[in-house]
Design a protein around this ligand. Structure first.
Ligand SMILES: Nc1nc2c(ncn2[C@@H]2O[C@H](COP(=O)(O)OP(=O)(O)O[C@H]3O[C@H](CO)[C@@H](O)[C@H](O)[C@@H]3O)[C@@H](O)[C@H]2O)c(=O)[nH]1
Ligand SMILES: [Mg+2]
Length: 195
């Protein structure tokens, strides 16, 4: 059982509630010697996402796919997002986004640039998400894309002007947090081609 550096938080117990696709754990802890408290933690892995920009045409690549959580919330069933994937084991997140860009979009990436590593939903999820920008051009389309049919993926690729992508954020057609963040970063970095 652990304590934090100040010794004020003591972990009293850790219990696996479910161990399916990812693991759901219940953590029991006490703060400042107080009463025990519980939190559920979903260990949904390490992710990596990339927004490829074509600086010459002022376009970005996005993917549209079935997202069951959005569907059961009544917002889906399809979400428009930046291309993303789960980082397996000790894989390099930059390699993960190159691989996912090939599988999901059929594009090879250039000038892959790391931005941040973020907790997308730290209240209940242990996921760490690595965010990248990249560049592409029409000549970098090297395959069909669409995702891995064996995993049931049917991914549509969108090659859209930045202004159109931003309008989709404003109308609610894009609701995915990492995607909004990446589009905002492009608007900060490239104000002249963003409007
Ligand atoms: N069988 C099964 N498949 C699942 C389950 N949950 C997800 N999958 C499938 O597993 C595959 C994972 O595909 P990736 O491309 O590697 O990941 P992702 O779903 O795009 O996830 C990425 O984006 C998420 C949303 O931002 C991130 O949460 C995640 O960490 C990752 O970065 C998808 O086909 C997805 O439908 C499940 O419970 N059961
Ligand atoms: Mg994916």
């Amino acid at each position: 059982m652990g304590e934090d550096q100040g010794g004020r938080i003591r972990i009293l117990g850790r219990e696996t509630l479910s161990d399916g696709w990812f693991r759901l754990e219940k953590v029991t802890f006490a703060q400042d010697g107080g009463a025990p408290q519980e939190r559920e933690v979903y260990h949904n892995g390490v992710g990596a996402a990339v927004l490829p920009l074509d600086p010459a045409r002022g376009t970005v690549l996005l993917v549209r796919q079935l997202r069951v959580p959005a569907m059961v919330n009544g917002d889906g069933p399809m979400l428009v997002e930046a291309c993303a994937g789960i980082v397996e084991g000790d894989d390099d997140p930059a390699e993960t986004v190159r691989r996912e860009a090939g599988e999901e979009m059929g594009y090879r990436l250039r000038a892959v640039r790391k931005l941040f590593t973020l907790y997308p939903s730290p209240g209940s999820s242990a996921e760490r998400l690595h965010l990248f920008l990249a560049e592409y051009g029409p000549e970098d389309r090297v395959a069909e894309g669409g995702g891995l049919a064996g995993e049931g993926e049917r991914i549509e690729v969108l090659d859209v002007p930045l202004a159109e992508a931003w309008a989709m954020v404003e109308t609610g057609a894009i609701m995915d947090a990492k995607t909004v963040l990446l589009l905002q970063q492009v608007r900060l970095d490239r104000p002249l081609i963003s409007r």
